[in-house]
Design a protein around this ligand. Structure first.
Ligand code: UDP
Length: 491
């Protein structure tokens, strides 16, 4: 006897199923969780792949969404094999990387996820995979199963083009010192750079496991089906075209991803539990004047020295502005033991004027508030784009990664910020920036005609960002195009 099974549920036959696989660092997971929400809202079934400890924050973010489409999002956890490489149990969160020296071990451990990931693909047979650029081996898995794989590298077109053109043409080999400027070949806009701002992992005079790893990661773009970019076309059209035409890659721009969080709770529960009650935070913000508050936050990884923290405190105070300053706290750190990073009497003097958040801040909630006047940022791409989407001018203080390049976009191309003056790429520490430089940069984005012009441009970009993700906007349409293309491959 032959049974024919005819499905009456049309959705089952045509619902696209995507695997999303973010790297286990906050700055990588946050935008991918937003991406999961966006895809789910367009009817795509999404499975977010991570490890058990990281799944908690992801689950919290997803479940704050009141949208019924959140039920399209599933989670699948792979065991992080810490013990196999001699790492302590639980060493699976990027937060555990307290020194750059730990990064190589974290990477080699994450490589061990290949087998369980492959088993998950075999079992669930997704129609497509969007994976973090750091999982270079996902390309092999996808090829083996004939599944289209898209890279997500969490930066903008501008920086990706800049980094890729530096890697290909190595113009830094034509200069004799670390500070001599050179132009990045084929990058629109005659953008100059110096060797001291190039990530060490990209320079060909440095060779180690990490430089090899980053090389593989960057090269994996050319063997992927395409890339998904957290940006919007109108922000950096020339560079989006450069990526597609000069570098010849397929790309879909679907950002700013952070804009999918509209409710207070969603904005608060993004990435990690907030160290401040959102109502308390909003009450403080509500008591200030429009465009008057400076928000200083350096992302999820930057750890400044005590000396640097003191300079920031003094700079904020000298600027005379109201401020919110986020100072990260290492989990389990004793607050009593850790008080000497503030200048004498600072908290008393700043009462009512400055709010220090020790730990995780509800960044998007803060940036979106109308009292926000300036954002002192390390130029991580998520933060930069969140600042742009909120229409807030910036003081740029890059530290590592491609942040120096993001700074160029903000200060030289978009002209919505001023640099605090960091010259050297040094993961986690950076140059020691003096209080006078902090004060001067803050005043430049907050006071006078130049500040007004930057604010107007920033606000215009913020409006453009919102239009891009609204129905029929450029990012909205590109996400549609991506889904359509993946469906045409799948069904
Ligand atoms: N973030 C936050 N609260 C904090 C610190 C960071 O919500 O106290 C979020 C921020 O909104 C952004 C992400 O963490 O979405 C940081 O990513 P980014 O690319 O800016 O920097 P990274 O942490 O990767 O250096």
């Amino acid at each position: 006897q032959v049974f024919l099974f005819i499905s009456t549920d049309n959705k089952m036959d045509t619902q696209l199923h995507m695997f999303l696989f973010p790297f286990m660092e906050r700055g990588h997971m946050i935008p991918m969780v937003d991406m999961a929400k966006l895809l789910a809202a367009r009817g795509v079934k999404v499975t977010v792949i991570t490890t058990p400890l990281n799944s908690i924050a992801i689950s919290n973010s997803i479940h704050t969404s009141k949208s019924p489409s959140a039920s399209n999002i599933h989670q699948l956890n792979l065991k992080f094999p810490s013990a196999e490489v001699g790492l302590p149990e639980g060493f699976e969160k990027g937060d555990s990387i307290v020194s750059p020296a730990m990064f190589p071990k974290f990477i080699s451990t994450s490589n061990l996820l290949q087998t369980p990931f492959e088993e998950a693909v075999m079992e669930h047979r997704p129609h497509g995979i969007i994976a973090d650029i750091f999982f270079t081996w996902v390309n092999d898995v996808a090829t083996k199963f004939g599944i289209p794989k898209l890279n997500f590298h969490g930066t903008c077109f501008f920086s990706f083009c800049a980094m890729e053109l530096l890697r290909i043409h190595k113009p830094y080999n034509q200069v004799s010192t670390d500070t001599e400027p050179f132009v990045i070949p084929h990058l629109p806009g005659e953008i100059t750079y110096t060797k001291s701002k190039i990530p060490v992992f990209m320079r060909d005079d440095v060779k180690n496991d990490i430089t090899e790893f980053f090389k593989r990661a960057q090269e994996s773009d050319s063997t992927s089906y395409g890339v998904v970019v957290n940006s919007f076309y109108e922000l950096e059209a020339e560079y989006a075209d450069c990526y597609r035409n000069v570098l010849g890659r397929k790309a879909w721009h679907i950002g700013p991803l952070s804009l999918c969080n509209q409710e207070t709770e969603e904005k608060t529960q993004r990435g990690k539990e907030s160290a401040i009650d959102e109502h308390e935070c909003l009450k403080w913000l509500d008591s200030k004047k429009p465009n008057s508050v400076v928000y200083a936050c350096f992302g999820s990884m930057t750890k400044f020295s005590t000396d640097q923290l003191k300079e920031i405190a003094n700079g904020l105070e000298a600027s005379g502005k109201d401020f919110i300053w986020v100072v990260p706290k290492v989990d389990g750190e004793d607050e009593e033991e850790d008080q000497n990073w503030l200048p004498e009497g600072f908290e008393q003097r700043m009462e009512g004027k400055g709010l220090i958040i020790r730990g995780w801040a509800p960044q998007v909630l803060i940036l979106d508030h109308p009292v926000m006047g300036g954002f002192v940022t390390h130029c991580g791409w998520n933060s930069t784009l969140e600042g742009i989407a909120a229409g807030v001018p910036m003081v740029t203080w890059p530290v590592a990664g491609e942040q120096f390049s993001n700074e160029k976009l903000v200060t030289e191309v978009l002209k919505i910020g001023v640099g605090v003056g960091v010259q050297n790429w040094v993961r986690s520490l950076g140059d020691l920036i003096k209080r006078e430089a902090v004060e001067k940069a803050i005043r430049r984005v907050m006071e006078g005609e130049e500040a007004e012009e930057m604010r107007n441009r920033a606000k215009e970009l913020g409006e453009m960002a919102k239009r891009a993700v609204a129905e029929n906007g450029s990012s909205y349409s590109d996400l549609d195009a991506l889904i359509k293309e993946l469906k045409s491959l799948a069904f």
